[in-house]
Design a protein around this ligand. Structure first.
Ligand code: PMP
Length: 360
């Protein structure tokens, strides 16, 4: 048995994969695979619309918001955000709490003025206190990354923007906790972590803010155009959307977002407890209160690179794979997404305890 702890593309529910396998050659008695079906066909329309409807139900999304299935990854979407929203005032506020929000801020600076809300930090370890925030009341929007996948920092609250539209990258924690969509202008998430295979990015956007994109914005990145065309402006990543729709249904029949939230809290608490109780053999530099439930970066013996290499190798020999940290930060990282079970989290912790006994 293999347990995949990779940060993305990552583990999908086994039931979903075996269901997809069953339908692979002959979907719904049509005689062909979803991959081979026209994105303009009636059969595909059902897949597209059902996936939209199911995620609307899961996240309680009203009709004032568009639900879009886009391409270009989360990177494409964070590039499209300034093109869609910045013309309002020409400036935007960015919370930079890790690698992904830093990349998004850099991208936005091509299109207008970017205001950094937080003081510059040497290391990403937390969301600094509200007293240090510099929000611009004239910003077109405020941007933040709800969960920094590489650095393991998750916002424990939704930032208050005093009416300025709020944009969130939820790529690595979407559908792992409930939130009130009405507090947001746009949220987006690359599917390849919690909700499906790579190739599609879920975007939820407040309709009244759309339709004012820069004239230079490519049509496929113009959210109003994608909304008008029901995510079918061009050939859509049909198979990825099909699998994502199946994941949405799996979440619905496994306790919905509340069920995922409980599980997520349990799995991550178990691992953080194990780290805290390891007498410093394992450590996590993210401050308590900001520790991600889905991506848990940790070090062995204060960053002993040799031991960390051994950890990855020995874990792999026991079937636990993709535990190396991101190439930019090193160390180790365990990702616990919706598809991971408590038993899988416990298996990793048991391995960590054995490893500690062996090398302490
Ligand atoms: N934002 C976050 C939080 C991510 O984790 C990632 C991917 N790891 C991205 C953006 C970029 O996603 P993509 O590769 O789909 O462009």
């Amino acid at each position: 048995m293999v347990i995949n702890f990779g940060a993305g593309p990552s583990k999908l529910p086994e039931e979903v994969l075996s269901g997809v396998q069953k339908d692979l050659l002959n979907y719904n008695g049509i005689g062909i695979s979803v991959m081979e079906m026209s994105h303009r066909s009636k059969d595909y329309a059902v897949i597209n619309d059902t996936a939209q409807q199911t995620v609307r139900e899961l996240l309680n999304i009203p009709q004032e918001y568009a639900v879009l299935f886009m391409q270009g990854g989360a990177t494409g979407i964070f590039a499209s955000v300034p093109m869609n929203l910045m013309p309002r005032t020409g400036t935007a506020d960015y919370f930079v709490t890790g690698i992904w929000s830093a990349k998004a801020a850099k991208e936005a600076s091509k299109y207008g003025k970017v205001n950094m809300v937080l003081p510059k930090a040497d290391k990403y370890e937390m969301v600094p206190d509200k007293s240090s925030w510099k929000l611009d009341p004239n910003a077109s929007y405020v941007y933040y990354c709800d969960n920094e996948t590489v650095n393991g920092i998750e916002f424990p609250f939704i930032p208050e923007t005093n009416g300025v539209p709020l944009v969130a990258d939820m790529s690595s924690n979407i559908l792992t906790r409930n939130f009130d969509i009405r507090k947001f202008a746009i949220i987006f998430a690359g599917a390849q972590k919690n909700i499906g295979p790579p190739g599609v990015t879920l975007v939820i956007a407040r309709r009244d803010l759309l339709g004012k994109a820069m004239p230079t914005c490519p049509l496929i990145l113009d959210l109003a155009v994608m909304d008008k065309d029901n995510s079918l402006h061009n050939t859509s990543p049909t198979f990825s959307i099909f699998v994502m729709g199946r994941v949405f249904e799996w979440i619905k029949s496994n306790g919905g977002v509340n069920g995922m939230e409980d599980l997520s809290r349990m799995k991550s608490s178990l691992l953080y407890e194990a780290i805290n109780e390891s007498n410093g053999f394992y450590s996590c530099t993210v401050k308590e209160g900001f520790r991600s439930r889905t991506n848990i970066p940790f070090r062995v013996a204060n960053g002993n690179v040799e031991l960390e290499k051994k950890f990855v190798e020995e874990a792999k020999a026991q079937g636990m794979i993709q535990l190396a940290g991101h190439r930019l930060v090193g160390g180790l990282r365990a990702s616990f997404y919706n598809a991971h079970t408590i038993a899988e989290a416990k298996a990793l912790i048991a391995f960590m305890k054995e490893f500690q006994k062996k090398y302490i």
